[in-house]
Design a binder for this molecule. Structure first.
Ligand code: DX5
Ligand code: ZN
Length: 223
């Protein structure tokens, strides 16, 4: 079985008791914390920033924090997230003036770096940049909100990116984000994803343990 990671998106967590809710989802079997940063500029919504990341570390969260930047400009905020304890930092290449430099900046600060492609972003956006990437994140909804419907064309796009990544001489994670749940998890894994973001499907459920067990069960059936 591939080396899968499940990353609940805290966009759907209870912000009034965030530390507790994040701890609960990790105790229930999640691998990473997916941290959605929105700026009301690059996307039409406003969420959380580096102070909240730092507060989760101070609360005792030691799991990887997977920071998904939906902000423009990008570079100004990267250092703050490095300092706040981000493990992964991904950004949308068109939101940065110099994506190659941004990738270098993230790695130089000790985090892993990745690019995020929107549903309409062509794969050429990865050209000449993959060497600087530890992860590629494909959006399976348009960024900005939780609880949207999975865009089915993402499956073909995942297959195409998987082919590209398999030609590299080191592993690069392939993450998928938006509208993911037990019903489509096996299909996205079969198409090549190995890292799964899910917000509403996990935090909106009654029992995180049961939901994550359903995720693992769906992944166990993937060839
Ligand atoms: C959307 C965010 C996602 C979002 C996913 O812009 O990047 O991480 O929280 O939410 P669900 O799983 O509810 O589609
Ligand atoms: Zn996200």
């Amino acid at each position: 079985m591939a080396d899968y990671r499940i990353a609940p998106s805290i966009l759907s967590a209870d912000f009034a008791r965030l530390g507790e809710d994040v701890k609960a989802v990790l105790d229930a079997g999640a691998d990473w914390v997916h941290f959605d940063v929105m700026d009301n500029h690059y996307v039409p919504n406003l969420t959380i920033g580096p102070m909240v990341c730092k507060a989760l570390r101070a609360y005792g969260i030691t799991a990887d924090i997977d920071v998904h930047l939906m902000v423009s400009p990008v570079d100004r905020i990267v250092g703050d997230f490095l300092e706040a304890g981000a493990s992964w930092i991904t950004f949308h290449p068109e939101a940065s003036q110099h994506p190659h430099r941004t990738l270098e900046m993230i790695r130089a600060g000790g985090a892993k770096a990745g690019l995020v492609l929107n549903p309409g972003t062509p794969l050429e956006s990865l050209d000449w940049l993959l060497e600087g990437c530890d992860m590629v994140l494909l959006m399976s909804v348009n960024p900005g909100f939780g609880g949207q419907r999975f865009i089915p064309q993402t499956l073909d796009k995942l297959r195409a990116v998987r082919q590209k990544l398999d030609t590299q001489d080191r592993p690069i994670r392939l993450e998928v984000d938006g509208g993911i749940g037990p019903a489509n998890l096996a299909a996205v894994a079969e198409a090549g994803a190995d890292t799964f973001v899910a917000g509403s499907a996990i935090f909106g459920s009654e029992d995180y343990g049961k939901t994550l067990a359903a995720f693992r069960e769906a992944l166990a059936g993937v060839s």
